[in-house]
Design a protein around this ligand. Sequence first.
Ligand code: CUA
Length: 324
Amino acid sequence: MTPDDTTSFRWWTDAVSSHAERVDALTFGFLGLLALLVIPVAILLPYFVVHYREGSPASRKRAPSNNRRLEWGWSIIPFLLSLYFFWHAAVLFLDQQRPPEDAMEIAVVGKQWMWKFQHPGGQGEIDSLHVPAGVPVRLRMISQDVIHSLFLPALRIKQDVLPDRYTDLWFQAEKTGRYHILCAEFCGTAHSRMRGELVVMEPEAYQAWLDAREPDDTLAARGEKLFRAYGCSGCHGENSVVRAPSLAGLWGSPVPLADGGTVTADATYVRDSILFPQRHVAAGYRPIMPSFRGQIGEDDLVELVAYIQSLGSRDRRAAPVRQD
Ligand code: CUA
């Protein structure tokens, strides 16, 4: 385990995932291609400028006229090489957009000026994130105030963290160690100090770390308590007199809406339904749910979403909400 030392000069940072290695291969490959194209031009250009300057004795008569083969060659070869890099970059980008189904989920709330991470078992941490090596991790991120951007240089990933909307990011770190977490979007006075540490551990060590900090409740169990405390269960509960949509089995399934559209019941939908209930009214229901805007903070919303998620899905296997 070598800490990523901030004081000594490093010309290039560690790459701790296969994704990061592919990003580096693309970056250096493309730089190499550019050098191959630019260096001959940069050398020949001043030579020609001097050699064929006005009044120079150099003969210009022997300059070859059209050379079709040469012209096609220097057009097509760089074009194909660029396509090759574009293809690899596109595949890499799309891979990065699709987290594996079994990825472990960690909730992230960005605020002026700190990162708050919550593990499914309910373990929370601020400005540090412990993850197991060799396990896919999916971050569900939201901002409490302005736009932030979570940047994990060792994993070569960066994603804006927005207010009012969840964004996802996933990675699988392969090398244990300590690496930087940075905010990459100017977000106010202490932006430069909005940084933390990513700690990649052996899975057993991670489990021990979790066990040592085991809270009374998982994220979902805390959400269930909030569900009752905010009175959600009064209408969405089993024996409610109000006919509100049942939330069991909701997660991940398509919800037909009163306006004829359909929306997938994901984290953003659940959060929207709590704060802006008129935005997506389910088909067959009256728009009578009150808004909880201004009453529930992002931390509580993360727990409520985890609870709804734990109620499972009709269509798909429920995403894992805790590990034992
Ligand atoms: Cu948060 Cu910059």
